[in-house]
Design a protein around this ligand. Structure first.
Ligand code: GLU
Length: 471
């Protein structure tokens, strides 16, 4: 039975890098009809916050990375860690170390002076526990010789010599357990079969394997996935787009597009770029994870978002469009059917937020004309053609593209001007800017009455201009 887990520490929010790890764990579990478990590693009591826990749960939920069991919180398991730590102590596999801070500092200085790697030297390894002294940490007795071979599913065979590893603290002097220890206790208790995580943890793995062995447990399969870097080759940071994953929701990204993009950061299937979630589930394999690090590109993410927008059906996209319109305070019931907006705008929108923003003029009055466009296109020469086309529009009973086209054509012929000469002024008149879909589509979306009202307003603007030219 495949059981994977994602184990974020709530010392920060979820960002692209961490969600990609979650996604790989989730995909692997789904692919093999296994279970995916969420474990909140909140033992760092000072830096963990409820706000970050909420951000993690909300982000996972938004992306659809559902866990199969209730989330586990490490802070609920302190008794269990103490129980196992005690077991190691009782069986001689862990010991109390009474070294003071000053003592350890002196040791470090001495090692530095000799040009040696700084590490704990095991000085209390064979010292019997002191009766009346509670001032100790509990250290794991790491084997002194031999080596640990990590058979990593991504990295291959990696060997670590035991004499490179010092005796790890498993319980601090205040009794709090440490990461390398809790993770092993949890992964054993939760029957985790595959530990998929960032390769920044590869160096921890031999220590963890030694603890598995001391506990008589079989280590899981490890898969350490290479980092994702920013476009400049440095560690991925907020500057590169590694913000709270939920900010992508506000920016109009689709979960499906983000998941697709994150999967492609380090995983490939031939040269296919666009994958649905179901496709990824059926194709995902740890063996296809790249050994080299990947590079985050916001342009590529945007491109994929556009691809996914175009694949959505009305039922999927309408709730998203409504969400963004509500945020923008657009009354989406006061304009054309949203299906019409989607028909016209899917092709030209990279995000759903773009779609909502660029169709604002279909729902509310223009309060913000583009000055440059007004200056360039709403000029005195176009006053008469604009007046005439308005009269033609007024006669139209069935407000559809073909009828709008023939009205415009009639006026263009009357004045012997080309299409654009009237099209652009009309566009500025009804949208406030010189950019919109084709003019007949734009007018159809806006509707007859609103279009005529706005042409009237443009006529007033031109008249004012003529007046002020005279002065
Ligand atoms: N809490 C660790 C982290 O956020 C988890 C590491 C692991 O998956 O073992 O990096």
């Amino acid at each position: 039975m495949v059981r994977t887990r994602f184990a974020p520490s709530p010392t920060g929010v979820l960002h692209i890098g961490s969600v990609r790890t979650a996604l790989f764990c989730w995909l692997y579990a789904r692919r093999h009809n296994g279970k995916f478990i969420l474990r909140i590693e909140d033992t760092d009591l000072e830096r963990s916050t409820q706000e970050n826990v909420d951000a993690i749960l909300d982000g996972m939920n938004w992306l659809g990375l559902d866990a199969d069991e209730d989330p586990i919180f490490q802070t609920d398991r302190f008794d269990r860690y103490h129980e196992i730590a005690n077991q190691l102590f009782e069986s001689g596999k862990a010991y109390r170390c009474y070294s003071t801070k000053e003592e350890l500092e002196a040791l470090r200085e001495e090692q530095k002076k000799k040009g040696e790697k700084t590490r704990y030297d095991g000085r209390y390894r064979d010292v019997p526990p002191k009766e009346n002294n509670d001032n100790y940490v509990l250290r794991f007795k790491n084997p002194l010789d031999g080596s640990v071979i990590v058979e990593d599913a991504v990295k291959g065979k990696v060997e670590f010599k035991n004499d490179e590893l010092d005796d790890l603290i498993i319980l601090r002097s205040d009794g709090t357990p440490t990461y390398n220890f809790t993770v092993v206790v949890d992964d054993i208790d939760m029957n985790i079969s595959h530990v998929i995580r960032g390769d920044d943890h590869l160096n921890n793995t031999p220590r963890q394997i030694n603890i598995y062995e001391a506990l008589g447990a079989k280590p899981p399969t490890f898969a350490h996935i290479p980092m994702t870097l920013g476009e400049d080759g440095s560690k991925l940071s907020k500057r590169h787009g590694a913000m709270d994953i939920r900010e992508y929701r506000e920016k109009g990204y689709l979960p499906a597009a983000l998941l697709n993009y994150m999967a492609r950061l380090g995983w490939s299937h031939g040269d296919q770029e666009v994958f649905s979630v179901d496709e990824m589930i059926s194709l995902f394999d740890i063996r296809d994870i790249n050994k080299a690090s990947s590079t985050f590109s916001s342009d590529k993410l945007l491109w994929l978002n556009h691809q996914h927008i175009n694949k959505l059906n009305y039922d999927e996209i309408i709730p998203l469009l409504k969400y963004h319109m509500t945020v923008l305070e657009i009354d989406y019931e006061s304009g054309p059917d949203l299906k019409e907006i989607i028909n016209v705008y899917s092709e030209r929108s990279e995000t759903v937020l773009d779609m909502a923003k660029s169709s604002i003029y279909c729902f509310q009055d223009i309060d913000d004309y583009d000055d440059k466009a007004v200056k360039k296109h709403l000029r005195p020469v176009i006053l008469d053609p604009l007046n005439d086309v308005k009269s033609e529009f007024e006669k139209i009973n069935n407000w559809k593209k073909e009828n709008i086209d023939s009205a415009i054509e009639k006026i263009v012929n009357r004045y012997e001007i080309n299409m654009g000469k009237l099209g652009q002024p009309l566009r500025v008149a009804v949208t406030g800017s010189s950019m919109s879909p084709s003019i007949n589509k734009t007018l159809t979306l806006i509707g007859k009455n609103r279009s005529i009202e706005r042409i009237n307003k443009a006529i007033e603007i031109i008249k004012k201009r003529i007046e002020s030219n005279k002065e």
